[in-house]
Design a protein around this ligand. Structure first.
Ligand SMILES: Cc1cc2nc3c(=O)[nH]c(=O)nc-3n(C[C@H](O)[C@H](O)[C@H](O)COP(=O)(O)OP(=O)(O)OC[C@H]3O[C@@H](n4cnc5c(N)ncnc54)[C@H](O)[C@@H]3O)c2cc1C
Length: 355
């Protein structure tokens, strides 16, 4: 069986981002890489959206960028600008194609369906397959989105709706999210923050149909694509093993209060690439501990008081959008953190420290 210098387990977002980063920085000229990926074909299966707070390698896979957005509850709407950090949507189909075309050029990179096909004993392993133990107390962000097309112009594609809380909450936290790609197409997503114990919240098709037809007041449309997923709002367990690093969701790259992961994965890939020659001795890359602490309190409040969350999210966006975006993207300074913290209901959050 063949030996490799590096093995990446899981050729999804994190695995391919890392392989691409290593390849374009010429770290695989004299080293070999095996990517273990069971899928038989790569096709669009997700849309990754985020505020562009840092440069990334996938500008040419961006489907659309926005500089304006709204957040609303049943009776209040906040219009916000994000000119400094535009919100971008990356098409996973274009991302997979771009990376796989690049990786094909290097004979030192091979794909396998199963790790048993190679000898992994002498390799450094980057693992992106999370170990998720069943626990009914864990929170998830679970969602379903559809891309729709209309015959006539319907959407304002200059502005997207980040969170629309004007919907059924069912003792949980629920909002709709609308990304208008053009005047005649948009992604409409129903998103829940819950423990996923109650499968009745998974009537996604009914929720989306009702929202499009009775809330957006759009009757004539066609569904062209559908995506469904669940992002763990907790850190997957991992054993510390010599010569192995977890990456992606498995490596704790999700910001727990928001589910945003894509840009953290890109930053992690750059970090690994920069330190690849000394990777066994390199310090573990982590989302700053202050965000872990703040997100932990935030999620405790969310669990205890789901009914307060629409208002809490709305208030958070009362800070300057630049500050909120930096905070949500792990790039805020102490003063910016304070300005967000002061917008929160203080007694509720202080009590949450003791739950
Ligand atoms: C539908 C969806 C939409 C999302 N949207 C956003 C977004 O808008 N913005 C954002 O920041 N984040 C988003 N996320 C969260 C996060 O960015 C993605 O989940 C991202 O794909 C995580 O990358 P990953 O490499 O950790 O996992 P994945 O991309 O899921 O990659 C894991 C890979 O491992 C493979 N695999 C599975 N089992 C094995 C095995 N036993 N051996 C080897 N390989 C295996 C899988 O086939 C897969 O290719 C979204 C998540 C989902 C599910």
């Amino acid at each position: 069986m063949k030996d490799f210098d590096y093995i990446i387990i899981g050729g999804g977002c994190a695995g391919l981002s890392l392989a691409y980063e290593l390849e374009i920085n010429e770290k695989l000229k004299e080293k070999t890489l095996a990517i273990i990926e069971p899928r038989t074909e790569y096709k669009k299966d997700k849309t990754w959206s985020f505020w562009k707070i840092a440069d990334h390698n996938f500008e040419d896979c961006v489907k659309k960028s926005w500089e304006n957005f709204t957040v609303n509850t049943a009776n209040k709407t906040n219009h916000l600008e994000c000119v400094d950090y535009p919100y971008q949507s990356v098409d996973s189909g274009l991302f997979y194609e771009k990376i796989n075309n690049k990786l094909k050029e290097n004979k030192n990179i091979s794909f396998f369906k199963n790790i048993d096909e190679i000898n992994s004993r002498n390799s450094f392993v980057f693992n992106s397959v999370p170990l998720i133990k069943k626990n009914h107390h864990n929170l998830w962000q679970h969602f379903c989105g559809v891309e729709i097309e209309t015959k006539n112009n319907f959407f304002d594609d200059e502005i997207f709706n980040l969170m629309d809380f004007d919907c059924d909450q069912r003792e949980s936290v629920h909002f709709f999210y609308t990304l208008p790609y053009s005047k005649t197409s948009a992604l409409v997503e129903t998103t829940w923050l819950s423990k996923m114990n109650d499968s009745s919240k998974k009537d996604y098709d009914t929720q989306i149909k009702d929202y499009i037809e009775n809330h957006l007041n759009l009757k004539n449309y066609r569904i062209t694509y559908k995506e469904e997923g669940a992002i763990p709002l907790f850190y997957p367990s991992h054993e510390i093993i010599k010569n192995k690093i977890n990456i992606g969701t498995a490596g704790g790259m999700t910001r727990l209060s928001t589910g945003y992961t894509f840009l953290n994965i890109q930053e992690h890939s750059k970090y690994i690439c920069k330190n690849i020659e000394n990777i066994s001795e390199t310090k573990k890359f982590e989302i700053n501990k202050k965000y872990r602490f703040l997100d932990d309190i935030f999620l405790r409040v969310l669990e205890k008081h789901p009914e307060k969350m629409p208002d809490i999210f709305f208030k958070m966006f009362k800070s300057s959008p630049k500050t909120v975006i930096k905070f949500l993207s792990n790039k805020s300074n102490f003063l910016e953190d304070l300005s967000i913290i002061f917008k929160m209901p203080k007694i509720t959050f202080i009590k949450a420290l003791f739950y």
